[in-house]
Design a protein around this ligand. Sequence first.
Ligand SMILES: Cc1cc2nc3c(=O)[nH]c(=O)nc-3n(C[C@H](O)[C@H](O)[C@H](O)COP(=O)(O)OP(=O)(O)OC[C@H]3O[C@@H](n4cnc5c(N)ncnc54)[C@H](O)[C@@H]3O)c2cc1C
Length: 458
Amino acid sequence: MLTPAQKKFLASLFPGEAASFDEAACFVHGSDASRLPGMPWGVVRPTSAEQVAELLAWAQRERVPLLPRGRATGVAGAAVAANGGLVVSLLRMNRILEISPGDFLARCEPGVITADLQKACAAKGRFYPPDPGSVGISTIGGNIATCAGGMRAVKYGVTRDWVLGLTAVLPGGAVVRTGGRCHKDVAGLDLTRLLVGSEGTLGIVVEATLRLIPLPEASASLLAGFADMGALMRAAQAVFGGGLLPTAMEFFDQGTLRALSLTAESVPWPSGTAAALLLRLDGSAGAVAAELGKLDALLTPCAPTFRELAPDPAAEERLWELRRLVSPALYKLGPDKLADDLAVPRGVIAEAVAAFTAIGERRGVTVVCFGHLGDGNVHTDVMYDAADPRQNEAAHAAKDEILAAALGLGGTITGEHGVGLAKLPHLPGQIGAAERGLMRRLKAAFDPLGVMNPGKAY
Ligand SMILES: Cc1cc2nc3c(=O)[nH]c(=O)nc-3n(C[C@H](O)[C@H](O)[C@H](O)COP(=O)(O)OP(=O)(O)OC[C@H]3O[C@@H](n4cnc5c(N)ncnc54)[C@H](O)[C@@H]3O)c2cc1C
């Protein structure tokens, strides 16, 4: 708990509504999209790097844990208090500071919504590709701290591939600047990459310099259905085998298609479709048109149950709306869900999906698989009714078995969502004691007294 003297200091550093200690504010900041609970002691809302530096100097002196927070769309509980602390909401630091078409970079504060930055870049003919499904609601700071992935990762990689430099404030108040405006830079250890994905455990990011590329002129999409997952996997291989690198390659298994059929006003696939592949291409208008034709030709021998080509933005939007509908639609299959974002080596995706589905069948619970097929990042959701003790036990056993199966195939317990609180118990199954010890020693170099988001990530 904060003492009256500590509250007095914070109220003077964050005047008016910029500091709140009442129960309602703590309650609102007491969870994130993981729905895990963790009540903080208060919330402060800085508007400048100087304020953040003063706060971090004070927090280290007073040993007050700090919980950096963007839009709280994180699904691993990384922004949730493990054991109290002060939430630092970065949402008021939301200025786009520069978009330089000449240097192919953007500079912004951490509270900028990712889609807003993308729109501002597009207006100047530039493209910031990372696109988590939460692109319209999550922040650049949160994306950096979780190294967010997304649909376009097949072609463009994940957030870490687009961060050129960072300004971060460390516990004690020191301001560090890593990287810079150069697209190539190998001077010294790569502190930028260490901060990316560190889940707020090392310092608070107050400014980011992000890499941009020319805005692609056009895009097109294609949805294809298959009679089973085996045919879908063969089709995915045919796409790469044909020399195409799609921007996105998403898949839906039978359970996902059933949930969408129960939710959407209409769905394009005929009966007999048990799996679907959603692909997007981008580039110059001529190249996209040619590649769409080639994609269609490559899929034809794979015996699709149907194909829908979307050569323009309006047609594409209809297909991608189905992808966005997946998460809410899955609740048609059960009132509760245990969600994971496993990734496996790309060569064993078919084996992984078959293993996860079989685990659900054996345990008598519904396991659906969907997501980023192109880069091996399989989302698995165990749908169940937590109020039923038998289902509850079977669902948790299935989840543990799925995580173990992913690790057994050389995979990871999290491809893009992070460890946070949710995955922490499973981390020793993937990362050894020596490596976790090294991570903790690195943290101690940034945060010797352990005030930054304690109890998380490693
Ligand atoms: C509908 C939906 C779809 C999603 N789709 C995807 C997806 O496709 N890919 C994907 O990767 N994720 C996805 N997510 C998860 C989530 O959106 C991402 O993890 C996102 O990056 C979190 O951003 P945020 O602003 O909400 O951060 P928060 O949830 O508020 O925080 C996340 C972490 O970042 C830290 N943090 C935030 N700001 C800072 C800062 N300035 N300095 C230091 N640390 C900071 C927090 O302490 C915490 O550890 C999805 C979530 C939802 C709800």
